[in-house]
Write a new protein. Structure first.
Length: 221
């Protein structure tokens, strides 16, 4: 079994007065939503094209975001904190999280309020500890000796997973998950270098910017 955790950033900018598509969900009408997102990003000031991880979605692989676009994301994400409108302790890591991919199939996408610090959630599960997940909804987790079972079933009036998982019960090997986590952390280490460079070039003066935007584990203490 090959388990991957693919780091992605969720890029919003839905406040650009671009007409919102009237057809849902986005994964069934990807062309409409890709066009909407592209127009929104253009109006928001992004210079380079953004290609989503999943057509129609707002998730983008770290490795595929250009330096120019990443610079805008970081500056915008931290602007109000740097202006003193809220404290660093109230700031979040970059929105998004990790796509769970098993044997080449996307199983589970980051949910609402997920961010890059959710790597700690996956680490705790891999180490046999059920954990709070900052995003919502979250799967029910059953941990056996070397196996982790994720239960994506929801009641009729509960918040539903987006996109809808194809299987309600997913079993994965704990060791394979640990290997996937290590690969993800290697990519995060590369991403750190980009954040440090942006911080320096733009004189953002954000202390421990990588700790803030990636590793902030206040939700997982």
């Amino acid at each position: 079994m090959k388990v991957e955790l693919i780091p992605v950033i969720e890029i919003g900018y839905n406040n650009q007065n671009v007409p919102i598509p009237d057809k849902y969900p986005y994964w069934e009408y990807p062309e409409l939503w890709d066009k909407y997102n592209s127009q929104s990003y253009l109006k928001a000031g992004f210079k380079d094209e953004l290609k989503p991880y999943l057509a129609g979605s707002s998730f983008y692989k770290l490795s595929e975001i250009t330096d120019c676009n990443l610079e805008k994301i970081v500056i915008d994400h931290t602007q109000e904190m740097r202006e003193g409108k809220y404290e660093r302790s109230e700031a979040s890591s970059l929105f998004g999280g990790y796509v769970l991919r098993i044997d080449g199939h996307d199983i589970y996408f980051p949910q609402c309020c997920g961010d890059l610090s959710d790597i700690h959630y996956w680490e705790k599960i891999a180490n046999g500890k059920d954990s709070f997940y900052a995003g919502h909804p979250q799967p029910k987790v059953k941990i056996e000796t070397n196996k982790i079972i994720l239960d994506f079933s929801v009641d009729q009036y509960d918040e539903h997973f987006v996109p809808t998982p194809k299987e309600l019960l997913v079993s994965l090997d704990a060791l394979s998950l640990k290997e996937g986590i290590e690969f993800a952390k290697q990519e995060l280490k590369t991403f750190e270098l980009k954040l440090e460079k942006i911080n320096k070039i733009n004189n953002l003066n954000i202390d421990k910017i990588c700790e803030l935007l990636i590793w902030n584990d206040d939700n997982y203490q």
